[in-house]
Write a protein that binds this ligand. Structure first.
Ligand code: ADP
Length: 171
């Protein structure tokens, strides 16, 4: 019997101070970029890119963990999502991101992790499909993490939040 809640909120993934870890929708080189990666590197400061250099590159579906540097969290978990329709099978690679992120959360005995909607920005994954995979994979994988209590999906817009809430409500 597990006791993990999954919630979704509208917000900025770089401003989730009450979570043990936040997840970065990273690029293969784990370097600053646009979207989520830009916001996280800006908030974490230059020490993050320095630490990331030794851990890159990563492949689609993989996850690595670093310190949070200037961010208020304990860790940042970096996932490389699939480029939709290019990195195949995109659905399995996307599920792998969430599964591998939770493996790292288990290893570090984390109680709370916040995720952005991985691959749904420049990587082009249709939002509803991507969030369906996110919710299903988090539900399947979280019982294996005994310390885990709270998972949060952070959506950037109110429209995206409504899509996510509908998926959580019906599944
Ligand atoms: P990817 O390259 O994996 O597609 P992006 O960073 O381009 O990653 O976007 C992933 C999702 O995160 C998109 O839905 C985008 O709207 C959203 N997003 C962008 N910036 C932020 C942020 N600061 N906090 C939360 N979500 C964000």
């Amino acid at each position: 019997m597990t006791d993990v809640t999954i919630e979704c909120i509208q917000g900025n993934i770089a401003h989730q101070p009450d979570m043990d870890a936040v997840v970065n929708a990273a690029n293969a080189q784990l370097m600053p970029g646009g979207g989520v990666a830009g916001a996280i590197h800006a908030a974490a400061g230059p020490g993050l890119a320095e630490e990331c250099r030794a851990k890159a590159p990563i492949k689609p579906g993989e996850a690595v963990i670093t310190a949070a540097h200037d961010m208020p969290n304990s860790y940042i978990i970096h996932c490389l999502g699939p480029v939709y329709g290019v990195d195949n099978p995109s659905d399995q690679l996307l599920a792998g991101c969430y599964r591998n992120a939770l493996k790292l959360a288990k290893q570090e005995e984390l109680e709370s992790v916040a995720f952005p909607a991985i691959s749904t920005g420049v990587f082009g994954y249709p939002l509803e499909d991507a969030l369906g995979i996110a919710v299903q994979t988090l539900r399947e994988a979280s019982p294996a993490c005994p310390r885990l209590r709270r998972l949060r999906l952070v959506l950037f817009s109110d429209d995206d939040l409504r899509v996510c809430q509908a998926i959580l409500d019906r599944t």
